[in-house]
Design a protein around this ligand. Structure first.
Ligand code: GAR
Length: 191
């Protein structure tokens, strides 16, 4: 029998993807969601983690970039895969080095379009609308030392209608994320 992988999640905001991933892996034996790391003490994802009984650690910029606090915790947790699910800080080099091709991110657009620093959440959808794009989508990719530039593993598209509001686009993207992200994580765990 294949040993289940230990997955840790990183998030910065609401955490609806975190909740969806935790629910998905509570029904399969491929992976255990062992921990949540969050950089915002008041993020709603921490309330979700409490309810879902996922242990959580809140860390500061200093912890992340100037110490081995997070790296040591990842080692302690015997981490196999790091999943960034709505996490907004650049991953520091010491973590990339230790977990090369073991960190994945979801981005709410079709990279390489609409990526890079400052391109997150609603800012991405705003840019898609302003650019009059006829389609948008999601990208799941490996994380390297630059924002949104690691190898692309998966993309899915959705049409943007002329009448779509910002919230409608955000909702379409979230639906794509809920459908595909857990399955793509599972594929990586089994590969
Ligand atoms: C998601 O749409 C995710 O793709 C995006 O933040 C949202 C988080 O939603 N990530 C980025 O923009 C990263 N650049 P959630 O907190 O409800 O899961």
């Amino acid at each position: 029998m294949i040993k289940p992988k230990n997955i840790v999640l990183f998030a910065s905001g609401s955490g609806s993807n975190v909740e969806n991933i935790v629910n998905y892996f509570s029904k399969t034996k491929t992976a255990n969601i062992t921990h949540l790391f969050c950089n915002k003490p008041d993020a709603f994802v921490l309330e979700r983690a409490k309810r879902l009984k996922i242990p959580a650690t809140v860390f500061s910029k200093l912890d992340f970039y100037d110490t081995d606090f997070v790296l040591n915790k990842l080692k302690e947790l015997d981490t196999d895969l790091i999943v960034l699910a709505g996490f907004l800080w650049l991953t520091p080099p010491q973590i990339i080095k230790k977990y090369t091709n073991k960190i994945i991110n979801i981005h709410p657009a079709l990279l390489p379009k609409f990526g890079g620093k400052g391109m997150y959440g609603m800012h991405v959808h705003q840019a898609v609308l302003a650019n009059k794009e006829t389609e948008t989508g999601i990208t799941i990719h490996f994380v390297n030392e630059k924002y949104d530039e690691g190898k692309i593993l998966f993309q899915a598209k959705v049409k943007v209608e002329e009448t779509d509001s910002l919230d409608e686009i955000a909702n379409k993207i979230h639906q794509l994320e809920y459908l595909h992200f857990p399955k793509e994580i599972e594929k990586i765990c089994l590969s």
